[in-house]
Write a protein that binds this ligand. Sequence first.
Ligand SMILES: Cc1cc2nc3c(=O)[nH]c(=O)nc-3n(C[C@H](O)[C@H](O)[C@H](O)COP(=O)(O)O)c2cc1C
Ligand code: SF4
Length: 601
Amino acid sequence: MVALPDPEDFTRELLVASNSDRGRLLQYLHAIQQRYSHIPETSVHQLALALRLSESRIRGVIGFYSFLHDTPRGDYDILFSDSITDHMLGSRVLLGDLCTRLGVEPGLPRADGRVTVDVTSCTGMCDQGPAILINGQAVTRLDNFRISSIAALIENLTPLDEWPSELFEVQDNIRRADILLSRGSCGGGALRALVEKGADTIFGEIATSGLRGRGGAGFNTAMKWKFCRAARDDEMNDRVVICNADEGEPGTFKDRVLLNSHADDVFEGMTLCAGIIGARHGYLYLRGEYLYMKHALEETLAQRRRDGLLGQNILGQAGFDFDIEIHLGAGAYVCGEESALIESLEGKRGVPRVRPPFPVTHGYLGKPTVVNNVETFMAAAKIALEGANWFRAVGTEQSTGTKLHSISGDCDRPGIYEFPFGVSIQQVLEECGAADTLAVQVAGAAGSTIPPAEFHRSIAFEDISSGGSFMVFGRHRDLLDMVQNFSRFFVHESCGFCTPCRVGGVLLKDLVDKVHAGRAGTADIQELHRIGTVVKLTSHCGLGTEAANPVLDTLGKFPSIYEKHLTQADYQPAFDLDAALQDARDLSGRDDAGAHIRTDL
Ligand SMILES: Cc1cc2nc3c(=O)[nH]c(=O)nc-3n(C[C@H](O)[C@H](O)[C@H](O)COP(=O)(O)O)c2cc1C
Ligand code: SF4
């Protein structure tokens, strides 16, 4: 292995290169983690001094993000994607196989420090799973052959950049293209339209198109831009445009494909937004799992600068100044929530803010900020070029245009499908080659479980709303496996800020585990209902309010998946409290009936 520079020198260089910018804390930690497989004490100390932050604040940030560690990981740090669709493709058997071959316990570095094998939440490769990350680089389509090759490469100490390049191939798998994906790149055309026709005219096109956010909630895009443009303007044009490429919802991978093959249009949409609202700074918040794309994205940005489409005086227009920086996330699903994302961009733990105020008036560093999804920006660029009527011609009255769906699970052709809004679940199933389907999970772990009786329903904001995840479950599946996987996911991803989500999520998970293990009774089912409802009604952010969906939805639509696991007609405690008190009885020397909880003794 090549000798590493001293962490102190490396950290100092990072700080000097960017003027010790507090907002870049997460980016510094990322770089240090990548180099040293953890954040050494000395780096924490240096960062604290240079950024004038307490060491505990920095440790708090390290503790928050699952890709950052304060103790060393293996030189080869392997993370298996823990999505339910990876499980369905055999990931757990492959994980066991790799651990056996390498002689390593899951989650612990091998004694020689060479390798760690662990799991991580969905890596956004569900169309080509099972997938892993090795030192942040994605390897997909794992099978026994790939696992044995990987074990050999590690035992031979082969540096990652000498591994066969086909291991790191990530496919787009675009199976159906409609108005967005079938057009060539805008190539600056949307910005030329903005300059020629004026910001008000192009804004009018976006408004008339009816474009709604593609990240899930479906907020009207023009309205968001208008609120931001109208927000206080004490510092001229100091507004911010953020592209949300966190894409952490299990089963969603369409933004990965857009950024891989249509990044130029996404950046064009961000620049268009900047021209309309009056912003000078833009950020692409890229999920840490997509690290492998960062270099190509930087290249696309550099080319746009050379073409006069980014930077100062864009297209020769004095005062049209805008540039984009890429920030990497570090394995925290909650950072997809826009206010948590902004906290993370500011170098903090990604805890959702109390709202109002909303980001459009008080966002990044308190500045008026637009946050939109990757697909939203791309659609906006196309609308500026092609016009509102072109967009409105497809979709439904309330949901205009098309939507990209990431399809995975039990079907012949997983991948990316662009359908007009209003498409029925049945149509989607037919196109992706799914037969004998038990259920479809639309919109990811936070979405809805759809039974066959509802396959006539359509995907549109007025019916079943979706950010793009579409997971298919065949009749041979036990849906309780899905519920268990999702309830564990939400416990892992809760930021811990509010009690209903932090505690309620664990209670839900424990109860689902209890049902799964065949130890539950009917009273546990009532408890699942009760706790699920409390978590939904009282959590602080969208993560908590949607975390009980898989449980509540399946309890209502698929009660048999619970009933068949029930072994107790009545309540059965998860553990024997009377037995647990034996130590206390021994200590007190009492063993009479009054010293027991059980009354049948
Ligand atoms: C827990 C959670 C995770 C989210 N993850 C994402 C995400 O990965 N990408 C995204 O665009 N929006 C995500 N959102 C929605 C964002 O908060 C926000 O509504 C969206 O980025 C706005 O963009 P849009 O209007 O273009 O959809 C998430 C929301 C929550 C509550
Ligand atoms: S609902 Fe969950 S993720 Fe959201 S703020 Fe509360 S604890 Fe954090």
